[in-house]
Design a protein around this ligand. Structure first.
Ligand SMILES: [Zn+2]
Ligand SMILES: [Zn+2]
Length: 338
């Protein structure tokens, strides 16, 4: 089977690998849709980690003796290699499981460890059924396209009474526009890239701003009777976007951090938290028990054709990465069989 590897020079090779296996409660999935997240950043940074991609949907082709799925089942893969049995996994917030499986120890190979390939293997706990009426491509949007911002809005309890700010309109943030709309919230979206801002406007964001120009916090205050937004969801994954969320949110409001970021963010407890009473929360994907609700978004939103901007063959992954790097795409789906 074909699998993407990064040689470390900013290019992508598709190499032949052995098939992964389905021991115990694991299953092998023929991947039919690979939504791209931020893999391009690692590629261009010279990363050579074999785990490329964490989103996939497809059809089960082999199931272990204790698997909860059967060959023929259409499934969307949840990220992580969570154990599926501990207290945290049972709570539904399995992303925070401390007992992740060691893929290489189980499989004896890195074939199928990432998702930019033709077959993956996963514990069946992480394979959720796609309803018959949904295509596999649509089911795949339960990955990072919609999952992280859905989870954030569940935690913040964003409703039709609220104004929500989404910072960063890349492969995760534009899904925040979908989720905010689905809840009938007023959506303010922020990104400096013109293509992304245009797409958010087309998707019906109530206001779109460039956070690198002028005084974006003052702009937010003008839009919210001087108060600030009720909630903010940072999908930019940079400290400027994060700080903007903290400053743009009203007293007693809430901020969810969704975008990965390894740089320290300056927060002043008295000014930012005690006086403002802000609720700050990190959110990594969504609670597995809420999958049915996320499916409602996928089934009923009329914005999903806009959320997916490109469907491309896996052989054109370098072109897909170039589009992402240029910030001229929404979600891109790869087909590993073309
Ligand atoms: Zn666990
Ligand atoms: Zn992702």
């Amino acid at each position: 089977m074909k699998q993407a590897v990064f040689p470390g020079d900013g290019s992508v090779n598709l190499v032949d690998m052995d098939m992964p296996r389905a021991p115990d409660d694991w299953a092998v999935v023929k991947v039919e849709a690979i939504p791209l997240c931020t893999e391009y950043k690692g590629c261009f940074a010279g990363d050579t980690n074999p785990r490329i991609g964490h989103e996939a949907a497809g059809t089960v082709v082999e199931a272990g003796p204790r698997a909860t799925v059967q060959p023929g089942d259409r499934v969307v893969m949840m990220p992580s290699l969570a154990c599926g049995h501990c207290e945290i996994c049972e709570s539904g917030f399995y992303m925070h499981c401390e007992n992740w499986h060691d893929y290489q120890a189980v499989q004896g190979t890195v074939a199928g460890i990432g998702t930019v390939c033709q077959y993956i293997a996963r514990p069946s706990f992480l394979l959720l059924p796609i309803p018959d009426e949904l295509s596999i491509e649509r089911g795949g949007l339960a990955g990072c396209a919609l999952g992280p911002t859905f989870g954030a809005m569940q935690k913040l309890n964003v409703t039709a009474f609220d104004t929500v700010l989404i910072t960063g309109l890349g492969p995760v943030g534009l899904g925040g526009v979908v989720n905010g709309h689905f809840r009938d919230a007023r959506v303010i979206a922020a990104d400096p890239a013109p293509w992304r801002a245009d797409r958010a406007r087309t998707m019906g964001a109530d206001h779109v701003l460039d956070p690198t120009r002028g005084d974006p916090v003052a702009e937010i205050r003008e839009l919210t009777d001087g108060r600030g937004v009720d909630y903010a969801v940072d999908c930019s994954g940079n400290i400027h976007g994060q700080r903007f969320c903290v400053d743009a949110t009203r007293r007693l409001g809430g901020v969810a951090f969704v975008g990965e970021c390894h740089d320290p963010l300056a927060i002043t407890v008295s000014e930012d938290m005690l006086r403002k009473g802000l609720h700050l929360v990190g959110n990594w994907h969504f609670n597995r028990h809420d999958y049915g609700r996320l499916l409602q978004v996928i089934e009923d939103s009329d914005l999903l054709d806009l959320l997916v901007s490109h469907t491309m063959p896996m052989t054109q992954i370098e072109s897909a990465f170039a589009l992402q790097q240029a910030a001229e795409s929404a979600k891109i789906l790869l087909n590993p069989w073309e």
